[in-house]
Write a protein that binds this ligand. Structure first.
Ligand code: EPZ
Length: 437
């Protein structure tokens, strides 16, 4: 690598230099789930007891959430993959727009703050590059539980009337199986008076993980992971020591890194049933698997194109749509990828085309004609999963690629280049003012 490219690139953005084509082998360790750890951190606001979370990934989003909780008066300690939180001196807080805007998940605080304090003011999380991402269902659910909620000047103000400032259980039918809305109503309902039933609930594993932790804290939640969740409110919750589930999206990303480089690779720990739809599509595309309760080994065969349409869980996850499309770019034949969850999650198409992929985009449907090989190029990941897709494409491309958009990538993948290099990839991270050598 040292003498292949002598180029001084003063001031370019941080980027990954990826030498393709790579062959991978061995085992990749999967970290705790980002989309679980974030909401579990906010659930700690529901008790004055000590909450210890284990298997928390080291990501910029986790640091962002920690900062928001610290500024609310939460005592927080981190160390070797665990986070200890205690909010016995929680004070009324309005996170700044900047904090909320760079971390949408901070909106998850509204449910626990209402349940615990009976009031909350949280800036409306803006949209992001993949879509408008409204929170109307979150607000409708909180109103059903008796909260008074207004949205003015971009700030959501919520309060619980009555002397006891306690939410009242109710029936909530969600218009769409929103993960965030389900988790928000769930966290608000656990301390409410009486029974809450959430119908058309999101069934993602991260919702189940939240319900399991709340039950460990003394809540009474049944049916999480299915379409109807029943919560019987309790007067208070106590602390707990809880381990976050493995990240199914990270695991799927590494399985796709193996598939795109036609390598056999093992990922562990992972819960196989969290990836059923993805494993099925990879089987249809010509991959075989050895699966045990701890991990999954992928063995690619004769690879061919398949069609995927993103759906709420247990359907094909939108978060693996971009990485899967990178894989399909060199799969023999035609594939059709349809994005049904977000209105603007096809930004990776233009970047894959720069690498020689043959893709026709009509709205949120991409028609991919497999090509024998991609060619290296400077590319940018415009959102978290698009950045991951660029890394995967670069692993299989001929030549040296430069992947920018690490600010997105580092939000959701812990030490991605170290993990890939440990199984045979050749990736070098350049921060700016580095010479490329
Ligand atoms: C969670 O986002 C995840 N983020 C997302 O992961 C994931 O893509 C998404 O669930 C779907 O699985 C976290 O958990 C932190 P939604 P969330 O509410 O809760 C529409 C990643 O890459 N909707 O289920 O915001 C919405 O517009 C991130 O890790 C409404 O219409 O997702 C979207 O189209 C990206 N009205 C769809 O539902 C509402 O009131 C899914 O949104 C709420 C949502």
């Amino acid at each position: 690598m040292q003498n292949e490219l002598q180029l001084f690139t003063e001031g370019l953005n941080p980027r990954l230099q990826v030498k393709g084509t790579s062959r991978l082998s061995g085992e990749v360790k999967i970290s705790g789930a980002k989309n679980s750890a974030l909401v579990l951190m906010t659930a700690s606001l529901l008790t004055e007891g000590k909450v210890r979370l284990n298997n928390v990934p080291e990501l910029t989003d986790i640091k962002g959430m920690a900062n928001i909780l610290l500024s609310m008066g939460v005592e927080l300690k981190t160390g070797n993959g665990s986070v200890e939180l205690q909010s016995d001196n929680l004070h009324y807080f309005e996170p700044s727009y900047e904090l909320v805007n760079c971390l949408r998940a901070s909106f998850f605080c509204i449910g626990p703050l209402l349940g615990r304090l009976g009031k909350a003011r949280i800036p409306l999380p803006g949209g992001c590059r993949i879509g408008a991402r409204p929170v109307s269902e979150h607000i409708r659910g909180l109103k059903a539980l008796g909260a008074v909620v207004s949205v003015e000047h971009g700030v959501v103000t919520a309060s619980v009337p009555g002397i006891d400032r306690r939410l009242k259980g109710a029936s909530v039918v969600l218009d769409c199986p929103s993960v965030g809305a389900t988790e928000t109503v769930l966290m608000a309902a656990v301390l409410a008076e009486g029974r809450t039933i959430i119908e058309n609930a999101a069934q993602e594993p991260e919702v189940q993980d939240l319900a399991n932790m709340l039950n460990l804290m003394g809540a009474s939640v049944r049916g999480a992971g299915g379409p109807t969740i029943t919560i019987d409110g309790v007067p208070h919750l106590h602390g707990c020591d809880y381990t976050v589930i493995p990240d199914r999206i990270e695991a799927g990303t590494f399985l796709l890194a193996a598939a795109i480089t036609r390598s056999s690779l093992r990922v562990a720990p992972v819960i196989p049933e969290h990836l059923s739809a993805v494993l099925q599509k990879l089987r249809d595309a010509g991959c075989n698997f050895e699966i045990d309760k701890e991990g999954i080994t992928i063995i690619p065969g004769e690879i061919k194109g398949v069609d995927i349409t993103t759906q709420p869980f247990p359907g094909f996850p939108t978060d693996l749509q971009a990485p899967f499309m990178a894989f399909l770019a060199t799969a023999k034949g035609t594939s059709v990828v349809t994005e049904k969850i977000y209105e603007n999650r096809m930004q990776h198409v233009a970047e894959l085309q720069r690498m020689g992929a043959a893709i026709r985009l009509q709205g949120n449907t991409a028609v991919i004609e497999g090509v024998p090989q991609l060619s290296a190029a400077p590319v940018t990941g415009g959102d978290l999963r698009a950045a991951a897709a660029m890394v995967l494409a670069s692993l299989s491309a001929r030549g040296i690629s430069h992947v920018e958009g690490l600010n997105h990538l580092d939000r959701g993948y812990e030490c991605i280049e170290a993990k890939l290099n440990s199984v045979g990839a050749q990736i070098f991270r350049h921060s700016d003012k580095h010479s490329l050598a």
